[in-house]
Design a protein around this ligand. Structure first.
Ligand code: UDP
Ligand code: MG
Length: 320
């Protein structure tokens, strides 16, 4: 048993979720009333709808609700990071704003934490509510990521998890700009355990993860945790050189010892185009890593906060 009275932070990234937030806050408060102390920290990821306005009202009405607004859309992962950076709890739970991560599962996560686990992550059960496309792309992504990075991340691992204060403080030390949290959390170790959950349907609105954002996340996940793609060119280079040597030996033999003229215009064209293509892909891969290094070297802030419930509070105090 630990931290019987420790504060629990719930962090919720929200991008254009005006319709979901009031319902979410009420459901969370209903679940959390059994705990002595908790806070709900919502990160508005540069929403263009009324999210910020809704948040201001919610935080005025309920002291447990705090918010941060980004100056523009920085992405889900950055919103989670801002949540970890600003949470005050002994245990920090993050969940989506669209109610796909059932708030009713929170007591189960907290129970595991009280048993001594420092990371309690959730894995979605295969179910029909998620589109076929999302399920298959996610399965392939995890497979590729496991192979390339050697990290143990399960299929369907979600960003719905509880982290102990120790783990949150460890994550805060990561200075890299492009941080793939699921990978980082698997990488840091600690006592981890998992819970299965069944995702609900999105309560309102549309998914904010476009295909482009999903691809970006996948590329970031792989390049953050592995340099193996860079070695691909070495392997391919050796393979092609070997092939060229054998081919050259055969052509020389034919030229000197047989009457056959060495023909092969088609072969020549196909080979040069193929080699050209492979070279461009390899330069591209090097480019991706170089670009990443460039971004990290600049070390700009990972996100920019333009408004918080705290500023709001102090302003009111000052006026009084
Ligand atoms: N989200 C965000 N910034 C983004 C995209 C999404 O903060 O750029 C939030 C979104 O509001 C939601 C969570 O991340 O709370 C998961 O997004 P979504 O439900 O759209 O993804 P899906 O469930 O379709 O994978
Ligand atoms: Mg969702």
């Amino acid at each position: 048993m630990r931290f019987e009275s420790g504060m629990i932070s719930l962090i919720v990234p929200a991008f254009n979720e005006e319709e979901n937030l009031p319902v979410l806050v009420h459901r969370l408060m209903a679940v959390m009333q059994q705990y002595k102390s908790y806070e709900i920290l919502i990160i508005d990821d540069g929403s263009s709808d009324q999210t910020r306005h809704v948040l201001r009202q919610l935080s005025k009405a309920y002291p447990v609700v705090r918010f941060l607004s980004f100056s523009r859309n920085f992405g889900h992962q950055m919103a989670l990071r801002a949540g970890y950076d600003n949470a005050r709890g002994e245990a920090v739970i993050c969940l989506d704003a669209d109610l796909q991560h059932p708030p009713e599962l929170i007591p189960a996560l907290i129970e595991k934490w009280r048993q001594g686990y420092e990371v309690v992550y959730t894995v979605r059960q295969v179910d029909k509510k998620l589109s076929w496309f999302k399920r298959t792309t996610s399965a392939y992504f995890y497979k590729l990521l496991r192979n390339v990075s050697g990290l143990e991340i399960e299929d369907g691992a979600a960003d719905f998890r509880l982290l102990d204060r120790k783990v949150v403080d460890t994550l805060k030390q990561f200075k890299e700009n492009d941080l793939f949290l699921r990978g980082a959390i698997s990488w840091v170790g600690f006592r981890q355990c998992r819970i299965l959950y069944e995702p609900a349907a999105r309560y309102a609105g549309r998914s904010k993860y476009s295909f482009r954002k999903m691809l970006k996340l996948a590329a970031m996940g792989i390049t953050s945790f592995s340099t193996k793609p860079l070695y691909l060119s070495v392997l391919l280079g050796f393979g092609m050189s070997l092939f060229a040597l054998l081919f050259g030996a055969e052509a020389t033999y034919e030229y000197f010892f047989t009457n056959a003229t060495v023909s092969g215009w088609t072969t020549l064209v196909v080979l040069s185009v193929l080699i050209g293509g492979v070279q461009f892909i390899m330069i591209g891969i090097i480019g991706v890593y170089l670009g990443k290094t460039f971004v990290e070297v600049k070390s700009r802030p990972a996100y920019i906060v333009s408004d918080t419930s705290e500023i709001e509070e102090s302003e009111t105090k000052w006026q009084v």
